[in-house]
Design a protein around this ligand. Structure first.
Ligand SMILES: Nc1ncnc2c1ncn2[C@@H]1O[C@H](COP(=O)(O)OP(=O)(O)OP(=O)(O)O)[C@@H](O)[C@H]1O
Ligand code: NI
Length: 357
């Protein structure tokens, strides 16, 4: 018997009604996050990662936003139709959220300790003194040295890496089952970045929570993901286990992204062209205008359905070439597979998603 996923998102779409027109920020996005699992949403800037993650708990302001979905199921409740009051209990409680801009999470006029205490008391019925104890413990656990002494310091007295640790402490204050972390390491240098990723992993091991991690950095994905959702221009292009997606990238967009990794063919140039206008996305596959393999069928109708690309039934790509009557080898054999025969270049290779510590 298999447990239901912790989070199950089906056909989630987010539009913004603006003076310039309707922005199609995310369209028919579907994925699951299991308990204890890390799912990464990856894609270029503007592909709809943040909007998707914030729509899960309906944080996208409506209006100008408009969220719809078949369902957004979290622990048996449909977040899409849940009363706002219940949703507020879940936010910061069962669902922790680390926002893309950590500075905006902390209020500069209150001490860090007070803000962690507030997060604790919001979701746990404890006295002030107990909350303080829990807060110090949380700060300690996320690696703030001498947490008790730092308790009454203000946010500006913390470095970027420490600020991110505090933000994570606040996000886990409610002992979440799901942690949504939006580019949690982007602003940090590589050493600190590695520490923060390790911290998230340690917390996950301890609490068994599911993590939805948003990043544009494939290096981060290789480091932490169990599964990967590749987004482009608001649509899911490909998804599968980290092993399948890195070893057998199947959508031309995923291949193009991987070719931009350090040491790869397009490391310097990046993917040619730009994202389509989100108020007027192209017909057919949204990547077609930049795709070297695009044929007429790629420019017609809707985004191609997600179809199984190999034996693994959870590895799917939304590409015309995997449909009956097309020769999938045209896209499968192109690109990354031939780009590297350099054994040193293992940036994109992972050990099948296994953790190496
Ligand atoms: N409040 C808003 N009003 C109008 N358009 C918006 C709004 N918020 C986001 N968008 C648009 O939605 C699209 C997706 O944005 P989103 O922030 O989700 O991208 P992202 O993948 O998170 O990018 P980044 O890597 O830069 O964080 C973009 O075209 C963006 O301009
Ligand atoms: Ni974002």
């Amino acid at each position: 018997m298999q447990d239901d996923p912790l989070l199950s998102v089906r056909d989630l779409s987010v539009r913004f009604h603006t003076e310039a027109g309707t922005v199609h920020a995310a369209s028919d996005v579907s994925f699951d996050v299991d308990r204890g699992e890390t799912v990464c949403i990856v894609g270029e800037s503007g592909s709809g990662k943040t909007v998707t993650s914030e729509a899960i708990t309906r944080l996208v302001p409506q209006p100008p936003g408009e969220i719809d979905a078949e369902s957004v199921d979290f622990e048996g409740e449909d977040l899409l139709t849940l009363p706002e009051k219940r949703l507020r209990t879940l936010r910061g409680g069962s669902i922790g959220h680390v926002f893309q801009n950590p500075q905006s999470t902390l209020n500069p006029v209150y001490t860090v300790g007070r803000q962690v205490v507030e997060a604790v008391r919001l979701h746990r019925d404890v006295s002030k003194a107990e909350a303080r104890e829990i807060a110090v413990d949380l700060l300690d656990r996320v690696g703030i040295p001498k947490a008790g002494e730092r308790f009454d310091d203000y946010p500006h007295e913390f470095s970027g890496g420490q600020t991110q640790r505090v933000v994570i402490a606040i996000a886990i204050a409610g002992e979440p089952d799901l942690l949504i972390a939006d580019e949690p390491t982007t602003a940090l240098d590589v050493t600190i970045q590695a520490q923060i990723l390790r911290l998230l992993r340690d917390i996950q091991d301890e609490f068994g929570m599911g993590i939805l991690l948003i990043t544009h950095d494939l290096g981060v994905v290789a480091e932490v993901a169990d599964r990967v959702v590749v987004m482009y221009a608001g649509k899911v292009m490909e998804q599968g286990s980290v092993f399948d997606v890195f070893e057998n990238p199947s959508h031309p967009y995923t291949k193009a992204l991987l070719e931009c990794l350090p040491g790869r063919r397009n490391a310097a140039e990046g993917i040619g062209g730009t994202l389509p206008d989100p108020t007027d996305p192209p017909d057919g596959c949204r990547f077609a205008p930049r795709c070297p393999h695009a044929v007429d069928a790629c420019r017609e109708g809707d985004q191609p359905p997600a179809v199984n690309v190999d034996g693994a039934d959870d590895h799917v790509a939304s590409c015309v070439y995997y449909q009956a009557g097309y020769d999938a080898t045209v896209v499968q054999n192109a690109g990354v597979a031939v780009a590297t025969d350099d054994a040193d270049d293992d940036t994109a290779r992972t050990d099948g998603g296994e953790r190496d510590d």
